[in-house]
Design a protein around this ligand. Structure first.
Ligand SMILES: NC(=O)c1ccc[n+]([C@@H]2O[C@H](COP(=O)([O-])OP(=O)(O)OC[C@H]3O[C@@H](n4cnc5c(N)ncnc54)[C@H](OP(=O)(O)O)[C@@H]3O)[C@@H](O)[C@H]2O)c1
Length: 197
């Protein structure tokens, strides 16, 4: 199971840190053909700069790009052939922080239309970067990360990865359940929950 990360900003690098800490390899890309990612790669064993194309040819592809940039980032990618796309994105961005109008659709449904044939799982979208990158053990428990998506097997793969990273994956259901951890609007993203065994 190989992993790609498209987007090397706050969230993309936080995911890379979490993977590297657990000895999991990944390719990471930005908009500039991986320029500037050498320092990150030198710091994080197993994290390799790549082109967006190469990162997208992974079994699990994280997309961690500002909402307005997602269509441009993925337009030349695919066919996706059932590969898993992890939608870490939220439909809001600087400088206005005005939510994008999605016509009432769940944000992952909008992302899924941009990556036809991929199995889209919404996850890694509701914790701030420092909590994603940091050690997920909190007060003796494991920090909770929400998962949702149409494809139960893909949800389970991503949940397994989340558990491997030391978080507690909590699968909420299908794409409509994603509204619960969508930001803004959902009731869950502002919470920092911990699961105690
Ligand atoms: N920051 C948070 O607190 C937070 C929390 C949860 C979820 N999110 C979500 O995570 C996503 C990423 O946010 P962020 O804060 O990580 O953004 P960010 O720090 O601004 O980083 C954005 C990254 O996307 C890359 N990018 C932009 N256009 C691209 C393209 N066409 N092709 C490939 N890469 C491209 C940029 O590459 P270049 O630098 O080369 O332009 C940069 O590496 C957003 O959807 C956001 O809503 C953010």
């Amino acid at each position: 199971m190989n992993i790609g990360i498209i987007g090397a900003g706050a969230i993309g690098t936080a995911i890379a840190r979490a993977l590297a800490r657990n000895g999991i390899k990944a390719r990471i890309a930005n908009s500039r053909g991986a320029a500037g990612l050498d320092v990150l790669a030198a710091e994080l064993p197993g994290i390799t700069p790549a082109s967006v194309q190469d990162a997208s040819r992974s079994d699990i592809v994280f997309i961690a790009v500002p909402w307005s940039k997602i269509p441009g980032a993925v337009k030349d990618l695919g066919p996706w052939d059932g590969r898993i796309v992890v939608d870490t994105n939220n439909p809001i961005e600087a400088p206005t922080f005005r939510p994008f109008d999605l016509g009432g659709r769940a944000s992952s449904a909008v992302v899924a239309d941009l990556v036809p044939g991929a199995r889209v799982v919404k996850a890694f979208n509701h914790l701030r970067p420092s909590l994603l990158a940091g050690v997920p053990n909190a007060e003796g428990g494991r920090r909770v990360m929400f998962v949702s998506g149409v494809d139960a097997a893909a949800n389970a793969e991503v949940a397994k990865l989340i558990d491997r990273l030391g978080f507690h994956a909590l699968t909420l259901g299908g794409v409509e359940a994603g509204r619960l951890h969508q930001f803004p609007g959902g009731p869950l993203p502002t919470l920092n929950l911990v699961k105690f065994e």
